[in-house]
Design a protein around this ligand. Sequence first.
Ligand code: 5GP
Ligand code: ZN
Length: 138
Amino acid sequence: MISSSNCIFCLIASGQAPANCVHEDATTLAFMDVAPASDGHLLVIPRSHHESILDVDDGAITDVARAVQKMARAVQKALTPDGMRVSQFNGRAAGQTVFHYHVHVVPIRAGERPASHGRAAGDPDRIEAIAARIRASL
Ligand code: 5GP
Ligand code: ZN
C-alpha cells in the first residue's frame, strides 16, 4: 500500500502531520520520537505504508536499512553515546503500537537504562536541540 489515511506515520510522511524531521530522501524519512526512550531516540520509516516486517517490500527494507545506518552514524557523531540500540517491533504482542514499519535508533549511555519508548512525551525544546545536532552531523 502506498499510504493509509488513518496511519500517523503516513500523515507525517506526506506532511499532513507534524514531526521533527532530521533527514529525508525519496523513499525514507527519519524523525525524532515524540516519547523518547533516551535523548536522541529517532525513528526511520519508509514513505510507503507497510504494516510490519512481514509485508515490507525488498526496496523499502533495504532503503530503510541504509537510512538507519546513515542516521546511526550521525547520532554517533553528534551525541557520542557509548552504544546504540537499533530495534523494531512487529505485532501488538511484541509491543508494536504504530502499524507502519519503522526502526528505532536509541542512543545508550553507559550506566543509564533507557526508558520504555512511547510512554512519556519528551520536552519539545530538548528534542529540537538534539535534533539540530544530529542534522548538523549528517
Ligand atoms: P512501536 O510501534 O515500535 O512500539 O513504537 C512506536 C513509536 O512511535 C513510539 O516510540 C512512539 O513514541 C512513537 N510515536 C507514536 N506516535 C508518534 C507521532 O505522532 N510522532 C512521533 N514523532 N513519534 C510517534
Ligand atoms: Zn502508514
